[in-house]
Design a protein around this ligand. Sequence first.
Ligand code: NAP
Length: 260
Amino acid sequence: MPNTKPLALVTGASSGIGETFARRLARDGYRLILVARRRDRLDALASELGEVEVLPADLATDEGLTIVEERILRSADLDLLVNNAGFGTMGRFFEIPVASQDRMHRLHVLATVRLTHAALVGMVPRGKGGIINVSSVAGFGQNPGSVSYCATKTWMNSFTEGLDIELKTARSPVKVQALCPGFTVTEFQDVLGMDRGRIPDRLWLKAEYVVNESLKGLARGRLFVVPGRAYKLLVALQRWTPRSLRVAATVRFWRPVKSL
Ligand SMILES: NC(=O)c1ccc[n+]([C@@H]2O[C@H](COP(=O)([O-])OP(=O)(O)OC[C@H]3O[C@@H](n4cnc5c(N)ncnc54)[C@H](OP(=O)(O)O)[C@@H]3O)[C@@H](O)[C@H]2O)c1
């Protein structure tokens, strides 16, 4: 008997927002394929959640990306892809090693392109499925000290919006979403080496809330999901403030953030 439970693949499922997606989707009755580099974390999650396939891969490498891409191409029934794996860096672009920026573009841009393509070539003919690209509020502007991060997340927003338009012109019911959270308590800040104390408490989001907003938004066909009122306001302000004013204010007030 074929398994009738829906199937989801989540990248970056070993911690934070990805792990939270995995837990929530398991509760919602999904079978899961979980991707990240830390196999021990994925194994622990799999033994807790049940119907889980663990797929350890470094998505910033050709080899790792090909493993996951081929797995998606082989699954005739993928219902949901969550392109979530990501990381930030701190420091001016011209002062930090280019290798980290190269890896970031491979992970946020190239992996998203390849995995999304692999998923859509099956989903569109089947007339069913969804893709969530975990972007950021950083994708609505620019910020000195995280130029590549903002640029890759801006790309994610644009890419997802373009896909949404294409899918609609093809009369496809397949849904895409750019999930754009603000500061969310995860290991992201530890990887970045950022002091959480410099961000006011009221701006911190919980991963469970972010995931809930995302899935609610997907059910309603929302293209951009910005969880939390404060961040919705921030995005609106950024949209409506003239670029010249934004740049002038940033140049006047920006100070480098000290890493931990
Ligand atoms: N937390 C925030 O404040 C925030 C805000 C806006 C957007 N986001 C976005 O949310 C997404 C998830 O981040 P998070 O906050 O949950 O951070 P996190 O807890 O550090 O999780 C990042 C995940 O990505 C995986 N990953 C990193 N590099 C990878 C690679 N080369 N190949 C495969 N997997 C990789 C990590 O697993 P391994 O280390 O095991 O590979 C981990 O599972 C990211 O795209 C991030 O940009 C986060």
